[in-house]
Design a protein. Sequence first.
Length: 317
Amino acid sequence: MQWFLTMKLNAKLMTAFCLIAVMAGVIGIVGMFSINKIDRLDTQLYENVTIPIDQIGQITESFHRMRANLLEMYTALNREQLLEAKKHADARDGEIEKLSQELEKTMLSDEGRKAFQRFTESGKVFNKLEDKYEALLLAGNRAEAFSLWNGEMNRVRREYQATIDAITDSKLRIAKETSEGNTAIAKAASRFMALMMLAGVAAAVALGIFITRNITGQLGGDPVYAQEIVRKVAEGDLTVEVAVKNGDSTSLLAGIKHMADNLRNIAGAINSSTSTLASSSEELSATSEDLKKGASELSGQTDQVVTAMTEVSQTIM
């Protein structure tokens, strides 16, 4: 942490802001990744489960309609009605074949592929029995066709329906697993983002307190107070008392206090020197007056001597 303490103020602030930004970016990236993953799985759920279940429903519907057409063949009153019913039954077989090909593309699990294989095999067996049934009716063997319908065809029909149910159960199980997986991903992402947000808030508060203390430590007090002290000193008010913490000798306010004290000492020394100079000037002025007075007296005495000498000289002559 010493490297952070030795940094300049703007570098400290930028480092703190970048750290918070990185944490926010991590939260956003994780959230986007989780959302995209859930979206992808939901798309797979729709394409591989929802649509196939609808296809299974259509296959089941076409199968029962085809069986109804086969019964219509049995109850047909003439060959024309018989052929018409057969035509409808063949159309239902075509629908089942087309839907089965589309359904096969969505069988991605081993369980699903095995169930679809049993479904295909049962369908082939039923189709062979269906062809035999139609041939018997076309040949007029109604009793044998009825026996085939209630016997072997009914047994294979139950097997065929069981394979459809197995495929449906497989799809529903995959749907449930996918849904549970999506829920788990969403919960995990929510927990992670919640923890990261709490960590971000805690980090922001901690960095705010740390940087505030660091800045106030460098200033020695509140920035507004430091600004006011600097303004007063700049205006020449050297009487201001700077409040600093005990043991503080490195902060800005401590430096201002030391500067103010030195300026007061210098100002005091200048005032003292000015007073001394004024006193000396007065003494010198007094001495000058004395000298002037002495010079005047000396001049007068000199004039007297000259006058006396003049008088003595006149007397001698």
